[in-house]
Design a protein around this ligand. Sequence first.
Ligand SMILES: Cc1cc2nc3c(=O)[nH]c(=O)nc-3n(C[C@H](O)[C@H](O)[C@H](O)COP(=O)(O)OP(=O)(O)OC[C@H]3O[C@@H](n4cnc5c(N)ncnc54)[C@H](O)[C@@H]3O)c2cc1C
Length: 484
Amino acid sequence: VSPPLDVLIAGAGPVGLTLAGAMAREGVACRVVDQARERPTGTRCPVLWPATLTDLTLAGLGVAELVAGSVPVVRKVFHLRGDSFGHGLAEPASPWPTPVCVGQDRLERALRDSVRGLGVPIGSGVRVAHVEQRPDAVAVTLDESGRRNVVLARYVVLALGDTPDAATLAGVARPEHRYAGYRTLQADGRIERGRLPEDEEHIFLAGQSHVGFVPLPGDRHRVFATLPAGRVGAARTVVTRISGVEVEWLEPLWTVQPRSAIADTFRAGRCFLVGESAKSTPQPVHGLNSGIQDAANLAWKLAAVINGRAPATLLDSYDRERRPTAQALLAKTARIFSYGTSSDVDGALRDRVRQRQHDVRNQPEVGYASGPLTLASDAASGVGGRMPDVAVNVDGQATTVYGVLVAGRWTLLVCDGGGLPTEPGPWLDVRPVRPSAGGLPALCLVRPDGYVAAAVERSEASRLEAFLTEIFSPAPAEGVAACR
Ligand SMILES: Cc1cc2nc3c(=O)[nH]c(=O)nc-3n(C[C@H](O)[C@H](O)[C@H](O)COP(=O)(O)OP(=O)(O)OC[C@H]3O[C@@H](n4cnc5c(N)ncnc54)[C@H](O)[C@@H]3O)c2cc1C
């Protein structure tokens, strides 16, 4: 039996690595293990959404270099029987307003370097074979080339990707739904230069099928299509027939049978499910982005509990916030799947794409307004949503809100020029700011993951203070000794 650990993370994909990096920055002792000896190569997930870039930034994993080598995608254009309907993709209130295309291989390299730089060991060829819950710890059996070894950790996080194994290890159900009769295929390819604008996504809708192109760095495009299973053999011809775009296809060609799954709970005792282990959608286009959101939601909570800054009950909020978000994502992707394979292209789709209701790739808005970490208030809208990155003035210097937030910490923005309603604490920054254009309520409490927990006027300062006391109620440090 090895010495105890704070958190064992199973799965060295982007989700497990994001979690490891964010927690290691907060002093949490973690270790990552992966059954594979090598990660898959290739671009796989081509798009990082503004929300994902923001999550990575707030987790302390800088993305500036990654963004510098990416292709921005400013517009999505739908084509339907000769008509085109274009929609802007920018999210102006985000610190990273434009989605960017960068291969998953590059993101993973950046995350791995960052996590290793923080001293977190990443073990390959190590499979999590069994998880046993104990009152103060979790005993995880690791299998390394047939050699078994038990590791004690306070918590284990299963980031095993789109497999039922994580649910089995955690002892929870993860029912699956298959979309019979269809296949989704994707590959990188080269198209004639200038055939499609370099900074736009293009989607061609046809009866029961759609075909799309997303620009990638290196003069390539990601080509994707959802087709009736019987047409997959002739997919290359079908793609060109539907889109009119000639493609030089590059390996590999990824083909999947669309299916969705969601675990009954994302937490079983000391064991957490994140990313595609927790839920997967019928289009493989949300796994990475929504998985990083899971990691961003869980990392600061685990760090707070382990560091004795919050009671262990804080961890209940992970399932309460992320499962409804996952359910909304599954409902939306199921709807989109049915539109994207509709045979009634004109009747079912024309108005939707004109009005931008056929958002094949965008995620639904994420928000935690009805979650347990939000102070309801009539005074302001936007509570529970992502804090907008508005211009502010701090000590006479012009900056923006995200220039003030510090990775891993809560921030109370005092926006009305009044006195500080509470003292800063070990986990709370209190920052007087002057919004350049008004529009912010007097007091805005922003969580470590950038969501607004409270937005109140001065008259409600005492309610806010009571809320803060509840959140920061002292917790006995869950020291390593606790599980020895
Ligand atoms: C062609 C393609 C296009 C995609 N496009 C998009 C997109 O546009 N947007 C998007 O958001 N996502 C997209 N995805 C999905 C994205 O690639 C995945 O969601 C992402 O890799 C999931 O990350 P993860 O860290 O959750 O799991 P993974 O990357 O799957 O990593 C899980 C790791 O866990 C390890 N593991 C499994 N079982 C065990 C065990 N018992 N013990 C130890 N280790 C174990 C595996 O070896 C693996 O390395 C795409 C995928 C593909 C293939």
